[in-house]
Design a binder for this molecule. Structure first.
Ligand SMILES: [Zn+2]
Length: 351
């Protein structure tokens, strides 16, 4: 549970305990109800390990230590003739992690909030002693607590809305993010001058406003995820930072309907232009362009402006899209007397 070997010395146990306590502290795991149970396990593990008599029982009997103790086996017997356990220094930051208090009992320190009696320790002792060889560990002279397992920081998703034109060209955004950063006072250790760091309450992290200038590549669409590497939550114990993912939203555009990398625009043209042919003005992402439609252009006909659409997000995935101009012929609804006369003549001509 504490991630230390069975030969771990006191300082090592204390360090490991502090790290685990921080990791599973309920105050930093509000969204994870299981953390509270783990936190209690850590407490229990520390209580046993910091008590030489209980620890000696464990060293002799492994995970069944409690049964032997309850049966009256004395842990001192095998160590007769050996020097007594040396006195421990009071844990400098032990009590600050808990709502309860630590108290000195002989030469060992125990936490007053003892676990419910009869609770089994074997699961966390299995974790504690199962995989690591404590004999090969060396003590660090550094004051900085050592983390046994570096943890990668969490990723952070950020919704970003951009226009269709920005999606076509790519864009840059300055994001204001409220996110955890490494505490500037304790440098992430959670400890300052031997006590819990007052700036971060011992979590090693602070929630700070962070400005991030991000580059959004051209070709993104709604749902695209843009990775900003290593700008997420800081890692713990030398772990790498998480990433920031921009979740792109490109709202519907009033001018263009997006069809993959193509853009469709519906253009209403006068009936005379459709019949006689002529120049029309078409919007593109870079401004308006003039184009000519032929005589007899039909309602619903689509003209294609090649290469005027959106670029592919990955150049290997295809070519730049087109603008599809769909012609909608404007049929006059209210005719003047003169217009009615002209259309009547046209009708008689074509019969
Ligand atoms: Zn701090």
């Amino acid at each position: 549970m504490l991630g230390v070997g069975s030969k771990a010395d006191d300082a090592e146990i204390k360090r490991a305990f502090r790290d685990k306590a921080r990791k599973f502290h309920p105050d930093v795991n509000r969204d994870d109800p299981s953390a509270e149970d783990r936190f209690k396990d850590v407490n229990e593990a520390y209580e046993v390990l910091s008590d030489p008599s209980k620890r000696a029982l464990y060293d002799r009997f492994g995970e069944n230590w409690q049964r032997y103790r309850d049966a009256g086996v004395n842990s001192d017997r095998p160590s007769r003739g050996q020097p007594p356990p040396r006195a421990k220094a009071p844990p400098d930051d032990f009590e600050t992690w808990f709502s309860g208090t630590a108290s000195q009992n002989g030469d060992s320190w125990t936490y007053t909030e003892t676990p419910p009696s009869g609770r089994r320790f074997s699961d966390f002792f299995n974790m504690l002693f199962g995989s690591q060889n404590g004999g090969s560990r060396t003590s660090s002279s550094s004051q900085r607590p050592r983390r046994d397992t570096p943890q990668r920081g969490e990723d952070t998703d950020v919704a970003v809305e951009i226009s269709l034109r920005e999606a076509a060209t790519g864009t840059i955004r300055n994001l204001q993010l409220q996110m955890p950063t490494t505490c500037t006072l304790c440098k992430g250790t959670g400890l300052a001058r031997g006590a819990m760091c007052p700036r971060c309450d011992g979590t090693g992290q602070m929630r700070t406003q962070k400005t991030l200038e991000v580059s959004i590549p051209k070709g993104v669409r709604t749902g695209s995820r843009v990775k900003i590497a290593s700008q997420g939550t800081p890692g713990i114990g030398g772990g790498t930072n998480g990433d920031v993912f921009l979740i792109i939203e490109v709202p519907a555009d009033p001018t263009f309907e997006r069809l993959g990398n193509d853009l469709r625009h519906t253009l209403t043209v006068p009936i005379s232009t459709a019949v006689l042919g002529g120049e029309i003005v078409v919007p593109t992402l870079e401004g308006r362009v003039a184009m000519t439609v032929p005589e007899g252009t039909q309602n619903g006909r689509i003209f294609r402006l090649r290469g005027k659409g959106l670029p592919p997000l990955n150049p290997k995935d295809g070519k730049v899209g087109d603008i599809l101009v769909e012609i909608r012929v404007d049929i006059p609804q209210e005719l003047t007397e003169q217009e009615r006369e002209i259309f009547t003549r046209l009708k008689n001509l074509r019969q």
